[in-house]
Design a protein around this ligand. Structure first.
Ligand SMILES: [Zn+2]
Length: 185
């Protein structure tokens, strides 16, 4: 393989390499797979599975022991809200407040930072935190949620819609259900 710039020989090498593609300031890839030109300064770096790499970064930053740096606030915000429009609504601050956090001109409260960390963590682990829905939930009485759970054929628990009420003697059907359940167990 020849260098695209000077036609010198490119040699395979492994080096620790400062990761330039992340919004984070100081990330080093250890033993990065590289090709380095033997004649000029040109080099190539191979980054496999970029999404997985970004995920590892986000989970680590979200669980950081200590306050977030402005660049880390920006990094986590991008994982949950690429545009930066929904997060200010959820945290109930003006968009320019978010910009000031990310520029290091203002500091988040503990609760705001905790919310951002949890959203980022949750985002990387599974289904997306419903930012839009929770931006402002309606006022109302503090009734507990009424939930129906079902163990699915995928052997996982699912929150399901309430069962449709059927006519007939519901109590007897419930009793039969219990009996069948017992036999199945
Ligand atoms: Zn070269």
């Amino acid at each position: 393989m020849r260098c695209l710039f000077c036609s010198g020989t490119m040699k395979d090498t492994r080096e620790d390499h400062q990761f330039p593609l992340s919004a984070l300031e100081d990330v080093t890839v250890v033993d990065a797979k590289m090709r380095r030109c033997q004649s000029c300064d040109e080099y190539e770096v191979h980054y496999p599975r970029m999404l997985d790499l970004e995920r590892a970064l986000a989970l680590t930053v979200a669980a950081k022991q200590g306050p977030l740096a402005p660049s880390e606030v920006r990094y986590l915000r991008r994982t949950v809200d690429s545009e930066g429009t929904e997060l200010p609504k959820v945290l109930q601050v003006a968009p320019d407040v978010l910009a000031r956090w990310e520029a290091g001109e203002a500091v988040m409260t503990f609760e705001q930072e905790l919310a951002l960390r949890l959203m980022a963590f949750n985002h990387e682990r599974g289904p997306r935190f419903p930012l839009e829905k929770l931006a402002r939930f309606p006022e109302g009485s503090r009734e507990p949620l009424k939930l129906w759970l079902k163990f699915g054929p995928d052997r996982r628990w699912h929150v399901v819609p309430p069962p449709v009420k059927r006519s007939g003697s519901a109590p007897r059907r419930r009793a039969e259900g219990r009996k069948r359940g017992l036999h199945a167990a």
